[in-house]
Write a protein that binds this ligand. Structure first.
Ligand code: ZN
Length: 273
């Protein structure tokens, strides 16, 4: 599933394609949204926001398109009306003179009045989005130790979209590794130092993944490994997807476990209890 950084990058592409001039033509596959085609045609896109894994395309006439890609949704940007060959179902198309922004396979699409956006059930409960809001490591640390969260396991918190919006499975493993936190722990079990490191790692990794195409490994190390001929899956992460490989810090074998029915990778010596 795409995580916050991937959705933010898709939002950048949609914004870049649509912010020049009016949207001339709008298509919705779902019958209950057809009425909005004429309302949105001719309007201008002012901004494309993200809230966790949700995207908000904002128009200058007071409407916003909400979409959530879930597991299968995919945005494709093409020259106008130049549809790709695909077996996917087109669910939403926005065309201007030069470009088409096409959303395939997603089923979670709504059109809202701007004032309805904060009341939308997902938006209302999603936690801070580090890529669209100014959230400091100190603020995150306060959130970690707040009553609502401090007694829950990190492994479930880091996938809980009401804790922090946009964190997903690879970021979960990578944040816990960089913070030196064992996956069995809760914030309340952690030292000040671990909490600080967890907050700093969260801010750092979300931004780095967004800016560097999903790479969460140390960037210098990743570049060195790439020059040595390693492929992206080999140099991309610290621990995620690296079961049985040597930890990049101390050489211990990386372990894989399933937590909350999702894969989690960790180093049993760098991440202690
Ligand atoms: Zn290690």
């Amino acid at each position: 599933m795409p995580e916050g950084p991937e959705i933010r990058r898709a939002a950048d592409q949609v914004e870049k394609a649509l912010r020049k001039g009016s949207v001339m033509d709008v298509f919705f596959a779902f019958e209950h949204l057809k009425g909005y085609e004429s309302i949105l045609s001719g309007a201008e896109v002012t901004k494309v926001d993200t809230k966790g894994k949700a995207m908000l395309i904002r128009f200058d006439n007071g409407y916003t398109i909400y979409s959530h890609n879930q597991l299968y949704g995919k945005w494709v940007i093409r020259n106008a009306y130049n549809y790709p060959k695909t077996n996917r179902q087109l669910r939403l198309a926005l065309h201007n003179e030069k470009k088409s922004a096409l959303l395939y396979s997603a089923s979670d699409i709504e059109v809202l009045r701007d004032e309805e956006v904060p009341l939308h059930p997902f938006i209302a409960k999603v936690g801070p989005d580090l890529l669209s809001e100014d959230v400091s490591a100190d603020q995150l640390k306060e959130r970690f130790v707040s009553k609502a969260f401090h007694k829950k396991k990190w492994t479930s918190l880091l996938l809980d979209q009401s804790f922090i919006g946009g964190i997903g499975n690879y970021l979960r493993s990578e944040i816990l590794f960089l913070a030196g936190i064992h996956p069995d722990l809760r914030p309340i079990d952690c030292s000040e130092r671990q909490l600080t490191k967890a907050a700093e790692a969260t801010v750092k990794l979300v931004h780095q993944s967004y800016q560097h195409n999903g790479i969460t490994n140390d960037l210098e190390l990743a570049m060195k490994l790439k020059e040595k001929g390693q492929k992206r899956p080999q140099y991309r992460h610290w621990v995620f997807n690296r079961e049985g490989e040597a930890c990049r810090i101390d050489g211990t074998e990386i372990q894989k476990v399933r937590v909350g029915s999702r894969r989690l990778y960790f180093c049993p010596t760098c991440q202690t209890k």
